[in-house]
Write a protein that binds this ligand. Structure first.
Ligand code: B1M
Length: 210
């Protein structure tokens, strides 16, 4: 698909308007919103990530790419939302302390909402108290934590250990995700499940709520 290749370039170049236009065109061609999300947007960000890692792209450029991606996601958000679906459960989600990456978390939030969950998004850089206060105040069923850095992912254990200390661990389903995590890490820190991507997060949440 030529347009998707063009969108990879546009995302790489941080061209927000072009990305928004591309998303609209693909939707107009009858693509499912989830397919646009994964193939065009997440696919494009994977290329950005590789060149960022290899020192070809730098923070300012990656910020522009992230901004363009968010423009595309904003168009898809209402399309992913199922109308009138009964609420299945409530999730508090946030990126952990020290970490400002939020695209993956936002995507998980969008997909969860689309699947009928109520989502309370705490944003980025969350300390343990913020998570715990929100879980109590919101009477949440699920805690979702995101981390994109190897240096911030251990903080998830701090949060889970604090839940244990306070005798609250059994009250919540704890789901974790983010590029540097894996199944083994999820188990080791005492999460209920590691979610590889947003679709898995939705399926896992549904399974645990059932
Ligand atoms: Co950052 N960054 N970054 N960055 N950045 C990474 C993560 C990195 C892998 C790039 C690289 O070197 N290849 C690298 C980390 C290396 C490491 O830890 N080993 C890195 C680095 C080093 C940094 C800085 C330290 C760079 C610097 O300043 N020198 C800095 C850190 C700042 C901080 O957090 N304190 C930094 C900054 C930034 C930007 C601000 C420029 C920007 C973020 C913008 C934003 O988020 N608003 C950015 C970006 C965009 C990236 C990459 C390129 C893309 C991340 C992304 O959005 N992916 C990233 C490269 C990569 O990941 N390979 C990189 C798309 C997104 C849809 O995927 O977030 O994985 P992802 O989410 C997926 C799944 O992981 C899962 O579902 C999502 C959807 O399928 N998931 C969950 C995620 N969270 C979940 C939570 C759940 C469930 C599933 O809960 C239930």
């Amino acid at each position: 698909e030529d347009l998707v290749a063009q969108m990879f370039d546009d995302l790489y170049d941080g061209m927000k308007e072009e990305i928004e236009e591309g998303v609209n065109i693909l939707i107009g061609r009858g693509w499912e919103p989830y397919r646009v999300l994964t193939e065009a947007l997440v696919g494009g960000m994977t290329i950005v990530g590789a060149d960022f890692r290899d020192g070809i792209l730098f923070v300012p450029e990656v910020l522009l790419a992230a901004n363009a991606m968010k423009g595309g996601m904003a168009i898809l958000k209402p399309l992913l939302a199922e109308t009138g679906a009964p609420t299945i459960g409530k999730m508090v989600i946030g990126t952990v302390k020290g970490d400002i990456h939020d695209i993956g978390k936002n995507l998980v939030g969008m997909m969860m909402e689309g699947a009928g969950f109520e989502v309370v998004d705490l944003g980025i850089n969350n300390a343990v108290d913020g998570y715990i206060d929100a879980l109590i105040a919101e009477k949440a069923d699920i805690l979702g934590m995101s981390a994109l850095l190897t240096t911030t992912m251990p903080y998830m254990k701090v949060v889970i250990d604090t839940l244990i200390e306070k005798g609250m661990r059994e009250d919540y389903i704890v789901l974790v995700g983010g590029a540097p995590l894996n199944e083994e890490f999820g188990k080791a820190i005492g999460a209920d499940a590691y979610c590889r991507d947003a679709a898995v997060a939705v399926e896992t949440a549904k399974t645990w709520m059932a």
